[in-house]
Design a protein around this ligand. Structure first.
Ligand SMILES: Nc1ncnc2c1ncn2[C@@H]1O[C@H](COP(=O)(O)OP(=O)(O)OP(=O)(O)O)[C@@H](O)[C@H]1O
Length: 291
């Protein structure tokens, strides 16, 4: 379990995180937020790579400030921009990471490497050079290195950027399987990444945690605020003051989905919100104009 209390991080004059209070239990937790919200800052603090300005983090009751070495043993981290030397094989890379962890027993390293490549379904490609891997395979290798040492907590920072839809689903399913017995924090700005796999979600915006709850809690932010309206193309500018989510042409009309506190035009009807609608409604409520 991760307990975050009063966590703040300041870069010179800029507050990247303000007064974060959050408890994360076993399972997959989705951390959503727009660019610059503070997600990477939080991930790097949890991975002990960055010192908080103030506040406290405990993992399984162990203080990150007082005992970072113990925390490191419990954490696996896949950073946002994960790079591997392309001439290395997956095997060589993972063995190298294991050596860096101080494992001097070659047999133990071999066992551990085999275990993690099987977990991420790369066992049949372990002797191939990384340059022959697809983007999804590279990310799975990134998870494999994070799994060395069997940490209880996995921290994964925007892992699906650049993956094609099939790889993205496969990667998500892998994380969901790992989250059956671990705490997995998945940071992303793509709502679809968390929709099918996370039970709980946190939303960061401008360094503050503006929501921590279930997917239903997030969706509820748009309840009664999502409208569908059919207009002629010439009337589209009338919707400019609202948050336009989507448009689709149907004959001579355009069908628009809009987030608004009141009917944006006469004839508009409310429709069932999606999770993404909830996210957009939450951000627009706090951040003012984001169109
Ligand atoms: N080393 C740094 N020095 C100064 N400001 C920084 C530094 N790192 C991040 N910031 C600022 O802190 C804020 C939070 O950045 P962070 O990278 O944590 O956000 P993020 O949610 O991960 O964004 P993204 O999705 O774009 O990666 C941003 O305003 C960013 O410009």
């Amino acid at each position: 379990m991760i307990e975050i209390r009063g966590l703040c991080k300041r870069y010179r004059r800029h507050w990247a995180l303000r007064d974060l209070e959050l408890t994360v239990e076993t399972g997959m937790f989705g951390l959503l937020g727009p660019n610059g919200a503070g997600k990477t800052t939080l991930m790097r603090i949890l991975a002990t790579l960055l010192r908080p300005t103030s506040g406290e983090v405990r993992i399984d009751g162990i203080s990150l400030r007082q005992n970072p070495d113990e925390i490191r043993k419990r954490i696996g981290y896949l950073p946002q921009f994960f790079q591997i030397y392309p001439q290395m094989t997956a095997w060589e890379f993972l063995d190298y990471v294991a050596v860096l962890k101080g494992w001097t027993d070659a047999r133990k390293r071999r066992e551990q490497v085999m275990e993690v490549v099987e977990q991420v379904h790369l066992a049949d490609r372990v002797s191939d050079k990384v340059k022959t891997y697809s983007g999804g395979m590279r990310q799975r290798l990134g998870i494999a290195q994070a799994l060395l040492g069997d940490p209880q907590v996995l921290i994964v920072d925007e892992p699906t950027a650049g993956l094609d839809p099939e790889e993205r689903v496969r990667f998500r399913n892998l994380l969901a399987t790992l989250a059956l017995h671990k705490t997995v924090i998945l940071s992303t700005h793509i709502v679809g990444d968390i929709e099918s796999s996370c039970r709980r979600v946190g939303v960061l915006d401008q360094g503050r945690l503006v929501l921590a709850g279930s997917l239903g809690d997030l969706q509820a932010f748009a309840e009664g605020k999502v409208w569908e309206v059919r207009v002629g193309e010439e009337r589209l500018p009338e919707l400019a003051r609202w948050q336009l989510i989507s448009t689709r042409q149907e004959g001579s009309e355009v069908v628009c989905r809009v987030i608004a506190d009141e009917p944006p035009l006469s004839g508009a009807r409310t429709v069932e919100p999606t999770l993404e609608d909830g996210y957009l409604a939450l951000l627009s409520r706090r951040g003012g104009d984001r169109r």
